[in-house]
Design a protein around this ligand. Structure first.
Ligand code: GDP
Length: 196
């Protein structure tokens, strides 16, 4: 039995940005190996967000208050995802994981214009942490299935505004919908190509 090369990917972003839904969609696309939720789940999907048929059963997804873990085996490697809670109190815990991770997925709710600056502040705090300097960074302009959402052309300059802050790391802003699965495979494959 050969040991698979293992990588750790952090999924960050404000609460309600769609982190858990994205992870579920990725697992659905690539085939889930093992998953567990370490903290009891609280809020249920109300089905009001979109009239598109969801890729995953969103009734089982709730806002992350703790940590969800997902695992995908693909391209001969193993990806371990840590989906961390995005509430302000929980953002303080993000940096405990920085030293261990090989890539970061930062999820933006493109439909929530009111919280873009809050999201950007959390993003800036994250990228300026020296423990993840140089770690590849995938920014999801998520919820693209909602008609009023900001497009990637609007989201990209907000988050990729300053090369100095982004530094030498690989960075891509990608339009996605965790609900329909659009962009999910492209995003994961981009990350794999960066970390290998
Ligand atoms: P988290 O707190 O970042 O983990 O966010 P969740 O994955 O729990 O999603 C929060 C809410 O946004 C839920 O109601 C989801 O169904 C919804 N949601 C997540 N991703 C999308 C998406 O791509 N499109 C739409 N329309 N809704 C989404």
């Amino acid at each position: 039995l050969t040991e698979k090369e293992e990588f750790f990917v952090l999924i960050l972003g404000l609460d309600n940005a769609g982190k858990t839904t994205f992870l579920e969609a990725a697992k659905a696309k690539f085939g889930e190996k093992r998953t567990k939720s370490l903290i009891p789940l609280t809020r249920k999907y109300d089905g009001k967000n979109s009239d598109k048929a969801p890729l995953v059963n969103t009734s089982k997804i709730t806002t992350t208050v703790g940590l969800n873990i997902g695992r995908i085996d693909t391209h001969g490697i193993r990806l371990n995802f840590w989906d961390l809670g995005g509430q302000e109190e929980l953002q303080a815990l993000w940096d405990k994981y920085y030293a261990e991770c090989h890539a970061v997925i930062f999820t933006v709710d493109s439909h929530d214009r009111e919280r873009v600056s809050e999201s950007k502040a959390a993003f800036d705090a994250m990228i300026s942490n020296s423990n993840i300097t140089g770690v590849p960074l995938l920014v999801l302009a998520n919820k693209q299935d909602l008609p009023e959402s900001m497009g990637v052309r609007e989201v990209k300059p907000i988050f990729q505004d300053n090369d100095e802050k982004i530094g030498n790391r690989e960075c891509m802003v990608l339009p996605t919908s965790g609900l329909t699965g659009d962009g999910v495979v492209e995003g994961i494959e981009w990350l794999i190509q960066c970390i290998q």
